[in-house]
Design a protein around this ligand. Structure first.
Ligand code: 4AD
Ligand code: MG
Length: 433
């Protein structure tokens, strides 16, 4: 049998037994008669102790040969030791070297971000990156569990599309046989609406693309978005669901990721404050508040990254901003019943200066109004006929939202930049590795 029988994360089940750990050398040190290998196997770290007097000379000599990130198989006796990383130590009986690694490009010394991003395929092995991607995994699991338990259907939407989902300015396109241009999906939403009319409550969860010429700590060109869509939900129902989801996800992270938060030096007390109710400010109220904080934002503009930072530094839990100006938002948002200049939508801004993690809205369910909005935005009407059909055949009030996974991970982990929140970030300036 090749596959590992034991993993470091489960050593507590094997105290007093002999185990074999298959992994890589994280680091090593020696005092001559006793040598220490810190092993990693993807599930954790474990110090393995080599005592010269207890090992055949050819086995002890492997300590000198083994280099950082060499692949190594260690067999030994498990001892509980709360002072050691992971709470255990292995008394080595045998060491096998699978491959001796070349000089490793990432050492404990400080490296510049460009060097690290260019070695992202290796940087993933370091403790901090490891912790972030474990938190990401828990967040994804929590989101799926939350929605599954509430009878949402997972509904996969296409990545190659013929209609523009959000806005014409940030599309990636490719030639599509004899059919002209295909776009990489900016959102799964429009297809999600078809799903909601078929199944009532659905969600999409997949990669989305924006050819955004923004070099900020919040923007990727490829990111993962989770988009629920619900029939017979108005925008207030939609905000209630977002609040419940975010509280659930943060609670799961607190339950399962304390080790990771420690590595990341993320204060869990800040996350523990995330509880209902979240403040709900109209766009008009948000603008007044921003101006009182020194911003010169004009009515009609979407909130910029800086505005969101100033505003959310005032809050210790997420805050909703609702009813944005029509001109600042996408064509599909429902007109406000009493006001011509705003639409029924909301953004959810994460606290501590993080800003928008969710954008959502009620959708325009009136055929004539939706048609005129498509025309007004200069969008190619023919590619939306199928979408208009959803208003011809059993149109109902409905709402949905899109949660940006990497922005959510960045906030929960307390990261300065979104690029660490995804295994291989795609930005304007990076396509390698
Ligand atoms: O606000 P957005 O553009 O909304 C939509 O795409 C809607 N169709 C969603 C819906 O109602 N179903 O994007 C939603 C979220 C943002 O709040 C943000 O978290 C994330 O997606 N996002 C980005 N994340 C990283 N890089 C970018 N360039 C992003 N653009 C949006
Ligand atoms: Mg948005």
């Amino acid at each position: 049998m090749m596959r590992p029988e034991h993993y470091i994360a489960h050593l507590n089940r094997h105290v007093g037994e002999e185990v074999t750990i298959k992994g890589w050398l994280f680091n090593k040190r020696s005092s001559g008669k006793v040598a220490f290998l810190v092993m990693r196997d993807g599930t954790g770290l474990c110090q393995c102790v080599m005592v010269k007097s207890m090992l055949p000379p050819e086995v002890f000599a492997r300590f000198d040969q083994v280099t950082q990130e060499s692949s190594v198989i260690v067999t030994g006796l498990v001892k509980a030791d709360p002072r050691q990383v992971g709470g255990h130590e292995i008394e080595v009986r045998d060491v096998q070297l699978v491959q001796i690694a070349d000089e490793y490009p990432i050492t404990p010394k400080e490296h510049g971000i460009d060097h690290l991003m260019s070695h992202r395929h290796l940087w993933l092995r370091s403790r901090r990156q490891h912790a972030i991607l474990r938190v990401r995994n828990e967040i994804i699991h929590a989101i799926r569990t939350f929605l599954y338990e509430r009878d949402f259907l997972m509904f996969d939407t296409p990545i190659l599309t013929g209609s523009i989902g959000e806005e014409a300015g940030t599309l990636f396109s490719t030639e599509y046989f004899d059919l002209g241009k295909a776009y990489l999906a900016q959102t799964g939403q429009l297809y999600g609406e078809a799903g909601a009319m078929a199944f009532g409550k659905i969600y999409t969860f997949g990669p989305t693309f924006r050819a955004e010429k923004s070099k900020t700590r919040r923007h990727l060109t490829e990111f993962w978005m989770m988009e629920p869509e619900m029939a017979y939900y108005d925008n207030d129902d939609c905000m209630d669901l977002q609040e419940e989801l975010i509280c659930y996800v943060v609670q799961c992270a607190l339950d399962r990721c304390m080790d990771q938060f420690e590595v990341l030096e993320r204060d869990p007390a800040l996350l523990a404050k995330v509880a209902p109710p979240f403040s709900r400010l109209s766009y008009d109220e948000a603008l007044a508040k921003l101006r009182s904080l020194g911003s010169d934002i004009e009515w009609g503009r979407d909130l910029g990254g800086d505005d969101e930072t100033i505003l959310t530094q005032q809050y210790d839990r997420p805050v909703f901003i609702y009813d944005y100006p029509r001109a600042a938002k996408a064509f599909y948002m429902k007109a406000h019943p009493e006001r011509d200049d705003v639409v029924k939508c909301s953004d959810l801004l994460a606290p501590e200066g993080y800003g928008e993690i969710i954008g959502g809205s009620q959708r325009e369910d009136d055929l004539a109004r939706l048609k005129s909005r498509i025309a007004e935005e200069g969008l190619p009407a023919a590619t939306y006929e199928w979408y208009l059909d959803l208003r011809r055949f059993g149109s109902v009030p409905h709402s949905g939202f899109g949660l940006g996974l990497e922005r959510t991970v960045a906030w929960i982990c307390g990261l300065k930049h979104i690029r660490e929140a995804i295994p291989f970030a795609r930005t304007m300036a990076r396509l390698y590795p």
